[in-house]
Ligand binder design. Structure first.
Ligand code: KG4
Ligand code: ZN
Length: 334
């Protein structure tokens, strides 16, 4: 079965075609980064308008690259949430309309389930069950995954998401949007001079909190010198603190569940130091670490096509309504 996947929850228009037996046949991404960077962050209305401009041409191009036409597609998967309402509606309305025109089923996909299953697109995918650390711009979740749709929330951020902390810290350092990759590039030029806090690691539990770390960073920036090297040192200390905090919590989650497989996904999982720190930790725990290729860490259509394909094959589909949910706890999935 060929499934067309559509991702439009934030600032990236992603389209892909996934075949249930042959795997990914094509995927394309248009990033709105250049447009939003002028404003220092995502402008929701501009995001929606740009998805409208880009989505249909990308779908046409994806079909062409796969050597397919609309009549070859057996199902459509679209990101229905969580995300920006206007942006979600563009994908949902387009998907629903095409499904109606082509007389095929459509399925609403949870964006974080897409991220969670992204490592399944790789050559050596993890087997169930596993622990997943989902770190994106809007979410920080630790989930015990028994199978598709069987997710038990182990912990989450009580305030800022990991990606949000990267983005806000980058802003404080005068780096532009998107902050995560820029902060991480700057951190490579620096050395941690001060030990930043590892929030909520001194007490039991698997929840996270990053807002205190943000304040600590702000105070350090105000108190320290303002040379490029000072900034790079702050970036390095911040990144090290986040990487170690995530690593401590993941180790705890593996020990608590007795599982030996850890999946990391979401935009922040592209971070080299976080990957390195988790790689070291799993080696000590005799566990395995799985992550998507870099381009599938951040938002993309391939993960949505894959997740939708699994659900469509299980017999699920959405009714005729245009389904979009800006807030959608992952624990509500079945
Ligand atoms: O998954 P994603 O593309 O979109 C959401 O679902 O939110 O994640 C975007 C987040 C942003 O906060 C971005 O700054 C962060 O991922 N990010 C990174 C890196 N690449 C992207 N954070 C740290 N290091 C990176 N290399
Ligand atoms: Zn995402």
């Amino acid at each position: 079965m060929y499934v067309l996947g559509i991702e439009s929850s934030c600032d990236e228009t992603g389209v892909a075609i996934y075949h249930s037996e042959q795997g990914l046949s094509s995927h394309l991404l248009y990033s709105q980064v250049d447009m939003h960077s002028e404003y220092g962050g995502v402008v929701p209305e501009l995001a929606s308008r740009d998805h409208i401009r880009k989505l249909i041409p990308l779908i046409k191009q994806c079909l062409k690259e796969s050597g397919l036409t609309g009549s070859d597609i057996n199902g459509i998967a679209y990101t229905a949430g969580p995300g920006l309402m206007g942006a979600l509606l563009v994908g949902a309305a387009t998907a629903r309309s095409l499904a109606w025109a082509w007389q095929i089923p459509a399925i609403a996909v949870h964006h974080m389930e897409g991220h969670l299953l992204a490592p399944m697109l790789e050559e050596n995918p993890p087997e169930f069950p596993f622990v997943a650390l989902l770190i994106s711009g809007g979410h920080t979740l630790l989930v015990q995954v028994e199978g598709i749709g069987r997710y038990q929330l182990l912990g989450e951020s009580l305030d800022d998401a990991a990606g949000e902390a990267f983005d806000k810290t980058a802003k404080m350092l005068g780096l532009g949007y998107p902050g995560g990759p820029k902060l991480s590039a700057l951190a490579e030029q620096g050395t941690p001079q001060i030990k930043f806090p590892r929030p909520m690691t001194d007490r039991p539990g698997l929840d996270f909190s990053f807002s205190g770390l943000k304040t600590f960073t702000m105070n350090t920036i105000n108190a320290s010198g303002k040379t490029d090297q000072d900034k790079a040192d702050v970036a390095a200390a911040f990144q090290q603190a986040v990487a170690e905090t995530l690593s401590i919590k993941c180790k705890r989650a593996l020990q608590q569940t007795g599982l030996k497989r850890l999946v990391i996904a979401g935009g922040v999982s592209a971070n080299k130091q976080i990957r390195a720190s988790l790689t070291q930790m799993v080696a000590k725990e005799n566990a395995q670490l799985y992550f998507p290729r870099l381009e599938f860490c951040t938002d993309n259509g391939a993960m949505i096509a894959y997740a939708g394909c699994q659900r469509l094959m299980a017999g699920q589909q959405q009714g005729l309504e245009i389904y979009a949910r800006p807030r959608w706890p992952i624990s509500e999935l079945d």
